[in-house]
Design a protein around this ligand. Structure first.
Ligand code: ADP
Length: 171
């Protein structure tokens, strides 16, 4: 079974085979994790994203899906871009958020990645409540069959770290 670890910090500093980006469907950059990855990873990542838009993903990457590019200058081999759902009070979009984790691990398996660093997808600009986002993240990773050996959740602040730690200890 995959080993789940937690660290507090900036995901762009993580040494891992693959780092997951909380992207938006344009794949052309944004704020939060996305902005930090492109800033620190350099222009090669954006170039690879542009190539994806020009080929397989002409209208962007759909929510819940994942695709890999180079990690540029990041201390990782690949960036796996996934598009989380925007939180909605009216509609339950949990299946899409779970799909982000599952699809990212599927892409990681295709690449042969053994260590994968994830941010708390959708819990920033997209407004997902941290405790529910943490529950879905951990439940989904635990339930997914994968050759990945370590999934490392990289939590930006202390509150997010503690929320994930509580989720990890329960169930
Ligand atoms: P989304 O648009 O999917 O909500 P964000 O990037 O806005 O994505 O935020 C996702 C989570 O990542 C939030 O909890 C945010 O605090 C956190 N975050 C923002 N920047 C970083 C970073 N450099 N490293 C790790 N986590 C980050």
């Amino acid at each position: 079974m995959v080993r789940i670890t937690l660290v507090q910090g900036d995901i762009t500093a993580e040494h891992a085979d693959a780092v997951v980006n909380a992207a938006n469907s344009s794949l052309l950059g944004g704020g939060g994790v996305d902005g930090a990855i492109h800033r620190r990873g350099g222009p090669e990542i954006l170039e690879a994203c542009r190539a994806l838009r020009a080929s397989h993903y002409g209208s962007g990457l759909p929510t819940g899906r994942a695709v890999a590019t180079t990690a540029g200058r990041l201390p990782a081999r690949w960036v796996i871009h996934t598009v989380g759902p925007v939180w909605s009070r009216e509609e339950d979009r949990s299946a899409l958020l779970a799909s982000c984790y599952r699809e990212s691990l599927r892409v990681a398996d295709e690449l042969g990645a053994r260590t994968v660093a994830f941010p708390a997808i959708s819990t920033g600009i997209y407004g997902w409540p941290m405790d529910d986002g943490a529950r879905i993240a951990i439940e989904t990773v635990r339930a997914t069959k994968t050759a990945v050996e370590e999934v490392r959740f990289v939590l930006f602040d202390d509150a997010a770290y503690r929320t994930f730690a509580t989720q990890l200890a329960s169930a």
